[in-house]
Write a protein that binds this ligand. Structure first.
Ligand SMILES: C[S@@+](CC[C@H](N)C(=O)[O-])C[C@H]1O[C@@H](n2cnc3c(N)ncnc32)[C@H](O)[C@@H]1O
Length: 247
């Protein structure tokens, strides 16, 4: 069973595409004629030029909107496509779930004629700038250490890539890990955590003490005193990065 067959049950509810991030992704893809979305999930951020989605989880496939591009159940490591099948391939917040990222990236390069776009995060920046993992949930940060690939290594596997920061808006619509950096109460909601693998995979028991501390700091106002600098910010660079690689 694919991990997202259990993790992804509520994905379509909390993980809707954010229009500002969509703009960044579509700008990175540029003027492409056809695109394949690998690790596509429920279809977030697919531009109109998307001709196929590749996704291993049946549960995620079942949540794709009826008018989304056709999808095939497969993994990045073995794409059921010929060499140079499309102009561009995108893989968004998915590489850290692959069992063999090097093989998967090689497949993206084989299938794309012109451009590969990967959305990932820089774990060093994430650990430093994201208060939730830094101050409350070191267990979650340690879990991410085991799966986050350094962006320099990813760029190397891509055969060279330009790296673009993707700042997270304070009211980000897509509920990924750091989406609620200015809405700290959200992390106390199990429905929010269910859509964030970083918080769903280590298990409730491991996170309970840190979350209890967060609840307490929110009740007493300690969190707000400590993070007063965040409260007036519109966006925050928490380490999310687009890697754009051309052949
Ligand atoms: C966090 S979701 C991201 C989904 C979508 N790209 C998005 O931005 O909303 C990660 C996705 O990667 C998929 N995935 C896991 N292992 C994979 C693999 N080996 N190849 C391709 N996709 C994989 C999961 O099933 C899941 O749908």
């Amino acid at each position: 069973m694919a991990t997202y067959d259990s993790l992804g049950v509520t994905y379509a509810r909390t993980r809707r595409p954010d229009p500002r991030i969509a703009e960044r992704i579509h700008a990175a893809l540029g003027n492409v004629t056809d695109v394949i979305n690998v690790g596509a999930g429920t279809g977030s951020y697919e531009p109109p030029a998307t001709v196929l989605a590749v996704e291993p989880s049946r549960v995620m496939l079942a949540q794709r909107p009826p008018d989304a591009a056709p999808a095939v159940q497969a993994v990045a490591e073995q794409l059921p496509l010929r060499d140079g099948a499309v102009d561009a391939v995108m893989a968004l917040l998915t590489v850290h779930h692959w069992s063999d990222p090097a093989a998967g990236i090689a497949e993206l390069r084989r299938v794309a004629r012109r451009r590969v776009v990967v959305l990932t995060w820089d774990q060093r920046v994430f650990r430093e700038r994201f208060w939730l993992v830094r101050e409350y949930l070191p267990e979650a940060a340690a879990f991410d250490d085991t799966r986050a690939m350094p962006t320099a290594r990813l760029a190397e596997l891509l055969g060279g890539a330009r790296e673009e920061p993707v700042p997270v808006p304070h009211d980000c619509v897509d509920g990924f890990a750091a989406a609620y950096w200015r809405r700290p109460h959200a992390y106390l909601d199990p429905r929010v955590r269910a859509g964030i693998s970083l918080l769903a995979q280590p298990g409730e028991e491991a996170l309970a003490p840190g979350l209890a501390r967060l609840a307490d700091d929110l009740n007493t106002g300690r969190w707000h005193t400590r993070h007063v600098d965040l409260l007036t910010r519109e966006t925050l660079d928490v380490g999310y990065r687009l890697l754009v690689s051309d052949h």
